[in-house]
Design a protein around this ligand. Structure first.
Ligand SMILES: [Zn+2]
Length: 108
């Protein structure tokens, strides 16, 4: 068996881990989108699936298609009685694109 130089092996392991994460995410991402679309609050869905908000944010950057599906689900299932794009919407737990945008623009 041929020994792989250390610096190359590290690179391969990182890529393999990334590919494994991609495969694992396929089912989880679909579940996440489906549960949000059914009206469950995002925070509750994350707890159910054992995900962190940071993992979802990282996934959004990595996978624009997932980001779009999740945003569509958030928009479709958001509470029509909330004032979206305001502090109140965010405080009420809404993570629709408008509430996220407001929160991102006003946190410091
Ligand atoms: Zn909202």
């Amino acid at each position: 068996m041929t020994a792989t130089p250390e610096h190359l092996r590290g690179k391969t392991d990182r890529r393999r881990r990334g590919e494994r994460r991609d495969r694992e995410w396929v089912g989880v991402g679909d579940l996440l989108v489906a549960q949000v679309a059914s009206g469950a609050p995002l925070g509750l869905v994350l707890r159910r699936l054992g995900l962190t908000a940071a993992a979802v944010t990282a996934r959004r950057r990595r996978d624009p298609g997932f980001a779009q599906r999740l945003d569509d689900a958030l928009m479709a299932s958001r509470d029509p009685d909330l004032a979206h794009g305001t502090h109140g919407g965010w405080r009420a737990g809404c993570r629709c694109p408008e509430c996220r945008e407001h929160h991102a623009a006003h946190r410091d």
